[in-house]
Design a protein around this ligand. Structure first.
Ligand code: 13P
Length: 239
């Protein structure tokens, strides 16, 4: 099965680096897996028509209209965006996005044939208190509440433990596989569909070989390491 490797560039990269980044990605990727790059909105048009897909890091809860500073799902679709990261923990922390907002954003994506990459993950405290599965289940059911089963068959869930993001600390491969299966089971019993699950959090060139063969992980969401095109290509080519 093809894996999906997504680079979340976050609010990094300036205009003078875009050309080099794309050049390296175009000339060095040697993989049958699907590669998706999620740059800041302003760079999205540069990332289309290349040998990878382009995704967005966010989408508005509003449709086209008088919403200064927003970017709608319809606009993303018209810019040939294929995937949208929804509810990244940084958006939840700094922009107070909650499950209800995520649910609306997913609906906007689905109405515009964009594939949402829905982020969930526990905090360090929740992990220490053995609440990981409880938190993930509650979050997931709230986020996916009353969605149209026929539309969500392509939906992707990204398991990103908050304590693993940007810290260099990762769960064990067994833990990750166990959580991925847990997530798949929840979605399967609620919606009777097989959802794809990605892992994200401190993936880099030195630890990817431990994770790349996990049974229930369908790909990776890479943050920091995707900012350096050489490093990101190394990860992609290793998988
Ligand atoms: P890091 O790979 O930098 O830990 O970030 C992961 C992430 O937040 C991807 O969305």
């Amino acid at each position: 099965m093809k894996k999906i490797i997504v680079g979340n560039l976050k609010a990094n990269m300036n205009m003078d680096k875009v050309g080099d980044y794309i050049y390296t990605m175009n000339n060095s990727i040697n993989s049958d897996n699907e590669v998706v790059i999620c740059p800041s909105y302003i760079y999205i048009p540069f990332f289309t028509n290349e040998n990878f897909n382009v995704g967005s890091q966010n989408v508005s809860i509003y449709d086209n209209g008088a919403f200064t500073g927003e970017v709608s799902a319809e606009q993303l679709k018209s810019a040939r965006v294929k995937y949208v990261i929804v509810g990244h923990s940084e958006r939840r922390k700094y922009f107070h996005e909650n499950e209800r907002v995520m649910n609306i954003k997913i609906r906007k994506c689905l109405d515009n044939e964009l594939i949402p990459i829905v982020c969930i993950g526990e905090t360090k405290e929740e992990r220490i208190e053995f609440k990981t599965k409880q938190v993930l289940r509650m979050d997931l059911l709230e986020i996916l509440k009353d969605l149209d089963r026929d539309k969500i068959k392509d939906l992707i869930i990204a398991y990103e433990p908050i304590w693993a993001i940007g810290t260099g600390i990762v769960p064990s491969p067994k833990e990750i596989d166990d959580i991925a299966l847990f997530i798949k089971d929840i979605v399967k019993s609620a919606y009777k569909i097989n959802v794809k699950v990605l892992y994200g959090g401190s993936i880099n060139t030195t630890n990817i070989d431990k994770f790349k063969l996990l049974n229930d992980i369908d790909g990776f969401l890479v943050g920091g390491a995707s900012n350096n095109p050489n490093e990101f290509v190394q990860i992609i080519n290793e998988i």
